[in-house]
Structures are given as C-alpha cells and as structure tokens.
Design a protein around this ligand. Structure first.
Ligand SMILES: [Zn+2]
Length: 250
C-alpha cells in the first residue's frame, strides 16, 4: 500500500485543486457557495478515487456492497476562496522548509464524517451542501472547520483526524438523520502533513503538533504503535482541503 500512496501523492503534486472553471455547473445556477459535481466513471479521477477506496478497505470481515457515485468539490464563494488561498500559502511555506522533492501533502480520508442531510445519495449531476447547523459534513464542504465540524477528541488530543484507510473512515461515517440507512459517504481531502511526528504512544492532551513538526503520524500496532490502521492528525484548518466525496452502500 505504501507504494500506492507514494504514487498517488506524487501525482497529486501536479493536480490543480478546486477545479475552478473546469467543472461546469450543470444546473446553471448562480452559485455563491461550493457544491459537489459528479465525476463520470470514465474520468481518471473517478478511477483513482475508486481504487483508493477499494484498495484501502483492509479488513475483509467488514463489507461494503458498492460505490454509487463520486463527486468533486467545486469551490465557490468568498470564504471558500479565502480558504483555498490560505491552503496554498501554507503549502508554499511547508515546501520552502522541506528538503528538495520531499512531499508535504497527502490524500486522506476523514475520520469524522457526520451528515444530517442526504447530499449525493440520489446520484444527481450536482449537489448543493445544506445549511443545517448540525450537518458537519456540509459545513466542511464549505470550508467551515469551526467547532466540531471537522474536529474531535481522540488519542492525540483535539484535532482533525484522518486516515489512509477507507474502512476506518467508514467506521466514523454517520448519517445523523437516518442511522439505519445503508447509503453512506466518506470524504477525501488534500492534507498538508508537512513534517509529521511519528508517535507510538497516546497523548490526549495535544492541541497542536509537537514542536518542530506539523502533524501527527500514528504508527500501527505491527510496528510498535497503538492503532490498527494508519492515522494522521492536523490541528490547523488551512491544512485541509476537501476534495472528493464517495457515496457507497454498506
Ligand atoms: Zn448537509
């Protein structure tokens, strides 16, 4: 899997994000806020996302039945544009601090995806995030990371928890208004991990990465750590750029 992640991350360095202008607004609406645009199954991005989801589902004893749709986040509106700029600025800063060719960015699944609506479930060509207060997912899609929209407490304090494992992301995906529904959603983001701190023990009091580092990289049990599947934690809003949404049935 490491080779797979390196390949995707190397490719990522050359991909534009936000895709402003490339994705047409199918409903021809005057949108002032970000929305989801469905990606065709033949699109290379769809193929890449699908393989990330399938290849990183590591436990054969847990199952999902099928991927229903994959969407890309299209950024619109002042706050999303400001976030995009902040992300770019932070990435430039991290790159300037790294030795040549060292990657600072990874594609990761969110380990805290809770929604109170059914965005994307019908597979329509585009989907607009709701404005329900408790719909954390839709706030994150609008680049609003305040409160517990993207953060939670965990083994490394309060931060934005992410993982390389789609199956682990699935374990943290919640439909708040339909807990028994089979259709679910996971969110993939571009994440600025910078120089990660490799951790083998828990530290629940953290509110920022240890000095001299930019993120937490929790090591797995098979190499002496405490988690079953790889985990990353970042503590800054501008370290995360929501990118792809995968709708699937359990
Ligand atoms: Zn919503």
């Amino acid at each position: 899997m490491r080779a797979d992640i390196r390949r995707i991350n190397a490719k990522l360095e050359h991909m534009p994000h936000g895709d402003m202008g490339r994705v047409k607004n199918p409903q021809n609406l005057e949108l002032t806020s970000s929305y989801l645009s469905r990606i065709d199954a033949s699109n290379p991005l769809h193929i890449e996302a699908r393989s990330m989801f399938k290849d990183r589902w590591l436990n054969p004893e847990r199952h999902y039945s099928s991927i229903q749709a994959i969407y890309e986040v299209v950024y619109r509106g002042k706050s999303a544009m400001r976030h995009l700029q902040q992300y770019d600025d932070y990435r430039s800063k991290l790159r300037s601090e790294q030795p040549r060719n060292r990657l600072v960015e990874e594609i990761l699944f969110h380990c805290w995806t809770r929604r109170a609506c059914n965005i994307g479930d019908d597979g329509s060509a585009s989907a607009i995030p709701c404005s329900v207060k408790g719909c954390n997912l839709c706030h994150v899609l609008q680049c609003d990371f305040s409160g517990d929209n993207a953060r939670r407490g965990g083994n490394w304090g309060t931060g934005i928890y992410l993982t390389t494992s789609s199956e682990k992301a699935d374990a943290y995906a919640r439909n708040l208004n339909d807990r028994s529904g089979k259709r679910h959603l996971v969110l993939l983001s571009k994440v600025l991990v910078g120089t990660p701190k490799r951790v083998y023990v828990k530290n629940k009091s953290l509110t920022q990465p240890p000095s001299g580092t930019d993120s937490i990289k929790a090591m797995t049990k098979d190499i002496g750590g405490v988690v079953k599947y790889s985990e990353r934690v970042v503590y800054r809003d501008d370290a995360v750029l929501p990118w792809l949404v995968i709708i699937y049935d359990r």
